[in-house]
Ligand binder design. Structure first.
Ligand SMILES: Nc1ncnc2c1ncn2[C@@H]1O[C@H](COP(=O)(O)OP(=O)(O)O)[C@@H](O)[C@H]1O
Ligand SMILES: Nc1nc2c(ncn2[C@H]2C[C@H](O)[C@@H](COP(=O)(O)O)O2)c(=O)[nH]1
Length: 228
């Protein structure tokens, strides 16, 4: 049983790599609730009003996903519950949450993490972190085209995204729930370039092999279909 979680800033390529990796390994993908998330557009329209509600929404869906992933066999998750506090702390630091909301959030998070301690499997096997620069992040956000994430929608988003990148560095360095590895999301175009894609997949399977976590019956696929 192998559970892999992806991490990285907005637009880093987590969902894309989750799809590729789950096809390559023959495992089940778990996607973050985004397009069906009713609170996300509200948050971008009025962050101060909706930061807490959005966080509770994400925390709840992430808790469901990680619980299922830690119970079932062989999964890939496109964002970890471990990044939840990073987002909320950043929003709280810029005045988008009251001290009561902050206290309630951390208590809830703590309770949920304690529940995970009771699972047969407590942590993922591997965290794969996609590193991207600000320029790459913005290019990908534009390419994906969600209107409320564009810099033209709200000029303060530039600062928000740059700040998010600054919060990710220490977060990754301090992450210790499982072994971890980084992918260079600036250099490796695993969507459009098959050679780059293979480099990324080899990096991940080499790490799994080294850890003795590559499923024994796994055979390297000759080809996988990528949806752009
Ligand atoms: N390594 C990459 N090279 C080029 N384009 C990419 C890469 N990773 C993702 N993309 C594109 O960038 C956009 C955002 O990717 P996505 O997987 O949704 O990111 P995330 O889930 O991290 O927010 C999508 O349009 C995707 O096709
Ligand atoms: N305030 C928060 N926003 C979050 C959180 N998790 C994701 N998001 C936002 C960021 C993007 O607009 C969108 C999807 O994220 P991707 O990285 O998958 O593009 O949702 C969060 O915990 N808090």
């Amino acid at each position: 049983m192998t559970v892999i979680v992806l991490s990285g800033p907005i637009g880093a390529g987590k969902s894309s790599l989750t799809g590729i990796l789950s096809k390559y390994l023959g495992t089940k993908p778990f996607y973050e609730s985004v397009d069906d998330n009713p609170v996300l557009p509200l948050f971008y329209a009025d962050p101060k009003k909706y930061a807490f509600l959005l966080q509770v929404y994400f925390l709840n869906t992430r808790f469901h996903s990680i619980k299922d992933a830690l119970t079932e066999d062989n999964n890939v998750l496109d964002r970890s519950i471990y990044e939840d506090a990073l987002f909320f702390q950043m929003n709280a630091d810029i005045g988008r949450a009251t001290s009561e909301e902050v206290d309630t959030y951390y208590e809830l998070l703590h309770n949920m993490m304690n529940e995970l301690e009771r699972m047969p499997k407590k942590n993922p096997d591997l965290l794969v972190h996609i590193n991207v620069s600000y320029d790459t992040m913005i290019k990908r956000i534009k390419k994906r085209g969600r209107p409320y994430e564009q810099l033209s929608y709200d000029s303060t988003l530039e600062d928000y995204y740059k700040r998010l990148l600054r919060y990710y560095k220490p977060w990754y360095e301090n992450y210790d729930y499982s072994p971890k590895m980084e992918i260079d999301g600036d250099k490796l175009d695993f969507m459009a370039n098959p050679a780059d894609r293979q480099v990324v997949l080899n990096q991940i399977t080499d790490k799994l092999k080294e850890m003795g976590k590559l499923p024994e019956d796994w055979k390297k696929p000759t080809d996988i279909q990528i949806e752009a």
